[in-house]
Every structure is written in C-alpha cells, then in structure tokens.
Design a protein around this ligand. Structure first.
Ligand SMILES: Cc1ncc(C[n+]2csc(CCOP(=O)(O)OP(=O)(O)O)c2C)c(N)n1
Ligand code: SF4
Ligand SMILES: [Mg+2]
Length: 318
C-alpha cells in the first residue's frame, strides 16, 4: 500500500471526549511523534481496548483496531507476531490495562515483544462514570464514589519493571512535547515499552486535576545524576531497584521522565525466529502468500494432510 505521508496525522474534526480531557494531549503527542518519526501510516497500527482512552484509534489516521476491554495487548501481540515489521502502539486506560487486562500487561513485559504501550492513567473508569481504577490510592474519594477507596493502588512503573518491560517511563498528558519525545524514544526502543501517562479526567476525577499536578511534577532528566540506561548486564539489578524506588515518590514532588531502559535484551520475535526456522522476521506469516496466481491454495488438501499427519506424530511423541 502506498504511504499516505505524514500530512495525514491530523486530528479528525469529530471526537467525543469531554472538553479539557487529558486524552487530547496524548493524541496530540502521538500525532507529533508519528510525524517527526516519519512513520508510514500503512505500516503503523494503533490498538486499543475499551474506555474513553481506547477511542484513540478513531482519531488518528493510521491503521487502528478498537478491540474489547482489557484485550488490546492480546490483539497487538497477534498483530506484531504476524508482521514484526509493523510499528504497533497500544492505547488503554488504567482500568483496561491494569485491571481486567493486567495478565496481558504482565505477559507482554515477560516476552519483551517490540510493542509500545500508552497507559492513560486518570485513576478512574472514565467511560463508566468514574469508579475507582487500580491506580487510585487507598482512602481517596473521587466524586462518583460514595465512600473512600478501600484498596491499595498498583504502581504501574514498579509493575512494568517487575514484569520485564525494557523501556519504562512516566509522562504527563498536558506536557505534550515532553510526552512526544518520550514516545519517540519508546517507539524507537527495541522491546516492550510502556509509558504511564498521568491524565486529568475533568469530569470524574476531582483530586488528580491539572491544578494538583501543576506544582508537583518534576522531570527526571533535570537531575544530571539520574541515569536510567543499562549499559552492561551487571548494572541491571541496580538500575531496576533505583527506578522502583524513584517510582514510589508520590507527594509534594512527583517524577516524570524515563525510569528504566535496557536495550541489551533480545525480543520475543527474535527468540521465536531463532527457535523456529519457519518463522522469519524478514518474511513473516502475514506477508506470505496463501494462494497461487490462479487462486488455488499454496497448501492444497494433499499437502495439508501430510502436514497434519506430521503434526499428530509429533504430538504423540510429547
Ligand atoms: C468485559 C467488559 N467488562 C466491563 C466493561 C465495562 N467497561 C467499559 S470501559 C470500562 C472501564 C474504563 O476505564 P479505563 O480503562 O480506565 O478507561 P478510561 O475510560 O478511564 O479512559 C469498563 C469497566 C466492558 N466494556 N467489557
Ligand atoms: S469522562 Fe473523563 S476520561 Fe472520559 S472523556 Fe470525559 S474527561 Fe476524558
Ligand atoms: Mg481510566
């Protein structure tokens, strides 16, 4: 398919987010990052689950799949494995990715598949009218809750590092250019990348507002001694520990920026290609023909029977 060019990364006229929603900033950062990276829209796929945040694929002019609640990463995994040459980006809410979809979130990190995940972290279930999400802290009462939250919050940065993600960052949806730069680095990173994006929900979250974040956020990169990059495997444990400790800071000062990067680990698709000679990153399953020019299938019934027989023999050996 011919490239439609970067000019097509424009906001569609229609979007049904509430005026002032932090999702707009995330969308703007994606549009700018895709354009600056000169991504081919035909080779880029934005995948989402369900939630206000998960409407993002409708508003950006690349390939998009709006899937089901908590399953964006599962679809993205299939897409990336079918064609590792695609750039695959997942958008999801904190409820979607860290509640119902948390098993897929952990699985992606364990695999280190080359996919970028953006968590729209507004600390509520926005689409379903403001219930507590897994990132709302114990004792907090946003306006839809009749009583304060009884559960402890999950820390997305600590969970991502423990799961095996090799690029872990936090950003703020209203700092569009800062998020854009982190997103560009995450997309260029080879391996599973996650950005926890703090995002005001102006309709249902009356605690984590733009006013709340205004004087608290600071950038990790402003501290010259902060170095999140693993340059030798022997540094890995220490860098992970430092990142998790930093991610616990949440009070009058809240850090944003890159917490941890390990460029040394191989990806799942590389491991798969090494083990299975029929799986090739250069000639992946999605690009292989399934029929001949006359329309007949490449694998006809006789060949299929032979393959199936071989499969059964191998299964019996297990
Ligand atoms: C399987 C399933 N369970 C529950 C729902 C209802 N539901 C839709 S969106 C949502 C939560 C949305 O919150 P979040 O993922 O944080 O996204 P946000 O709307 O805040 O961006 C829920 C529970 C659903 N659509 N499907
Ligand atoms: S409900 Fe909240 S998260 Fe959803 S569009 Fe409105 S402001 Fe954004
Ligand atoms: Mg949410």
């Amino acid at each position: 398919m011919a490239s439609r060019g970067v000019a097509s990364y424009r906001t569609e006229v229609w979007s049904d987010w509430c005026p002032g929603c932090g999702d707009f900033g995330i969308l703007a950062a994606m549009q700018k990052a895709f354009a600056e990276l000169n991504l081919d829209p035909a080779q880029t796929v934005v995948v989402s689950g369900i939630g206000c945040s998960s409407k993002t694929p409708h508003f950006i002019n690349v390939n998009g799949v709006h899937t089901i609640h908590g399953r964006g990463i599962a679809f993205a995994t299939g897409i990336k494995l079918a064609n590792p040459q695609l750039k695959v980006i997942v958008n999801g809410g904190d409820g979607d990715l860290l509640g119902i979809g948390v098993a897929h979130f952990v699985a992606l990190g364990r695999r280190n598949l080359d996919v970028t995940v953006l968590i729209h972290n507004n600390k509520v279930y926005g689409l379903t009218k403001g219930q507590a999400s897994p990132t709302l802290r114990r004792g907090e009462k946003v306006k839809s809750l009749p009583v304060p939250n009884l559960q402890d919050a999950v820390n997305p940065i600590a969970l991502a590092i423990a799961s095996g993600y090799t690029f872990v960052a936090r950003a703020y949806s209203l700092w569009v250019d800062h998020l854009k730069e982190i997103l560009k680095a995450a997309i260029n990173h080879k391996g599973s990348a996650v950005i926890d994006v703090l995002q005001p929900c102006v309709t249902y979250n009356d605690i984590y507002t733009a006013e709340f974040y205004k004087d608290r956020l600071y950038k990790l990169e402003d501290d010259p001694s902060w170095d999140p990059i693993v340059r030798d495997p022997s540094e890995d444990e220490e860098k992970k520990a430092a990142a998790i400790k930093k991610a616990e800071e949440w009070g009058t000062r809240i850090p944003v920026g890159v917490f941890y990067v390990n460029p040394l680990k191989d990806t799942y698709e590389e491991r798969l290609a090494q083990r299975n000679p029929s799986y090739s990153i250069d000639n992946p399953p999605a690009l292989q023909p399934i029929s001949r020019e006359d329309g007949s299938p490449i694998v006809g019934p006789d060949e299929f029977r032979k393959i199936f027989k071989r499969f059964i023999v191998n299964v019996k050996k297990l």
